[in-house]
Ligand binder design. Structure first.
Ligand SMILES: Cc1cc2nc3c(=O)[nH]c(=O)nc-3n(C[C@H](O)[C@H](O)[C@H](O)COP(=O)(O)OP(=O)(O)OC[C@H]3O[C@@H](n4cnc5c(N)ncnc54)[C@H](O)[C@@H]3O)c2cc1C
Length: 429
């Protein structure tokens, strides 16, 4: 069957799309039942590029932060069984094992082949989605018909990199732009230069360490001091009881939780803290609680005007730097995705402070029906699952979608599929 008429469509060929596809395949869906729309062939392309830009080598997540459709086995158990590595397994007992990025990427590459993702892939960006009786019609960004599908999962990822407003105003100025980067863009630091890193999350922490390692001096600038948090959300939000508590909150309570998660945080790691402590003592790392107001040229360098959050220095401060790095994450406003903006306009999809009002089963209520489901995964699903932009959250979304669109294969077949996946063999088409 041509992909354009398959029953299930996944829009977005990223990590969330791969996890959803693997989950459906594990539960018994053949490739001929699923179409995956995306603008490139590698589902890990964004994660690979962003992690390389900040020189991340280990994941923030723990042993359970893997891409397989089942919870078991985690990375530590896989390493124990495959390589006889005992240390990761012991460390995982204390939540102290963090898989190597290279292991996650290798697992993703394998999973893509094992599930035969290419057989379902349609290289196209979906620009428009229409609800019809019993199915959805998809169009590309030039208005060409792409396909008709009974069920659709939107796994679009982040709409783009977020920049401070003061940087947006000058980024295209050739005299300044070459000295300005986003943390998730490639860059190279030089010994002796002065770098300002705006932000307080994991991306910022990596950039402080990268610049210091290159011999640079660093100004760490943040609105709120960074928090130390092991995962990208409090641990309770990853378990059923914590999630139930969150889902019982009124809308303003959910918003408060989501705002709190938006504040910068990074995990406490002994090696990192030691390097930061040493750099502070050497005067190579200075920290400012400030808000960036303006960026201008200053004798071949950059002058950054900050409002001093601590209220010292008359409330104003100017930093002269050679390079500015915006470690300010991703755009959080879902309507920055043209496809979501179209759905909000055409079908009055409800929004709360830039978040889609997603039902707790990850569907979009006004458009989704029991016989023709429209659901979301990844950052689009935060309203239902605050840590949705994590492998764990993507699995929750994938399983919720699968429950609604698929009669799962018998247990014996699922066990056989599971065994094939963990022993690196392909699933049957
Ligand atoms: C540096 C870094 C480290 C991280 N570490 C961890 C970690 O340790 N543990 C963890 O659980 N999570 C981690 N994350 C978070 C999370 O896993 C990533 O954000 C994840 O890569 C996002 O996957 P995604 O599929 O939602 O988005 P993406 O990977 O960006 O994929 C979305 C895809 O959809 C495509 N698309 C968008 N719109 C359309 C359209 N209209 N039509 C067709 N295709 C479209 C995009 O082009 C893209 O290919 C990390 C993230 C980063 C950046």
């Amino acid at each position: 069957m041509h992909p354009s008429t398959r029953a299930i469509a996944i829009v977005g060929n990223g990590v969330a799309g791969l996890i959803a596809f693997a989950t459906l395949r594990f539960l018994g869906a053949p490739t001929a039942q699923i179409a995956v729309y995306g603008d490139h062939a590698d589902p890990l392309a964004h994660l690979r590029a962003y992690a390389a830009a900040v020189q991340q080598v280990d994941m923030r997540s723990e042993s359970g932060g893997h891409l397989l459709p089942t919870d078991f086995p985690g990375f530590a158990t896989l390493l124990l069984l495959r390589r006889g590595a005992v240390w990761p397994w012991l460390a995982a007992l204390f939540d102290a094992y963090h898989p190597a990025l290279s292991d996650v990427l290798a697992q993703g590459d394998r999973l893509r082949q094992q599930t035969a993702l290419e057989e379902s892939l349609v290289l196209a960006r979906v620009g428009r989605l229409e609800r019809r009786e019993g199915h959805f019609v998809l169009w590309d960004e030039a208005g060409h018909w792409l396909g008709e599908h009974r069920h659709v999962l939107l796994a679009l990822g982040h709409p783009g990199l977020a920049w401070p407003a003061a940087v947006l105003a000058v980024r295209d100025d050739p005299a300044l732009g070459a000295r300005i980067h986003h943390a998730y863009q490639p860059k190279a630091y030089r010994a002796g230069e002065t770098v300002a890193v705006i932000g307080a999350g994991l991306g910022a922490a990596h950039e402080w360490l990268n610049a210091l390692a290159a011999g640079a001096h660093v100004y760490a600038v943040w609105r709120q001091p960074p928090l130390h948090r092991p995962l990208n959300a409090p641990r309770c939000l990853f378990n059923a009881a914590g999630l139930d508590d969150y889902r019982r909150l009124p809308p303003e309570g959910r918003l408060a939780v989501l705002r709190q998660l938006g504040l910068g945080s990074y995990p406490w790691r002994l090696g990192w803290e030691r390097q930061l402590w040493r750099a502070r003592r050497q005067g190579r790392l200075r920290e400012y609680a400030g808000e960036l107001q303006a960026v201008r040229a200053h004798k071949g360098r950059l002058a950054l005007a900050l409002t001093d959050v601590a209220g010292e220095n008359g409330g104003q401060k100017t930093l002269i730097v050679d390079r500015l790095v915006a470690a300010t994450g991703f755009i959080g406003e879902v309507c920055a995705h043209p496809l979501i903006a179209q759905l909000v306009t055409d079908y009055a999809l409800p929004l709360v402070a830039g978040h889609l009002l997603v039902a707790d089963d990850m569907t979009l209520p006004p458009l989704s029906r029991p016989d023709s489901v429209l659901a979301v995964s990844g950052m689009l699903a935060r309203w239902a699952y605050p840590a949705a932009d994590s492998f764990a959250g993507m699995k929750v979304a994938a399983r919720a979608f699968a429950r609604q669109v698929l009669a799962p294969a018998p247990l014996r077949q699922r066990l056989a599929n599971w065994w094939r996946l963990v022993t690196d063999r392909p699933l049957r088409a």
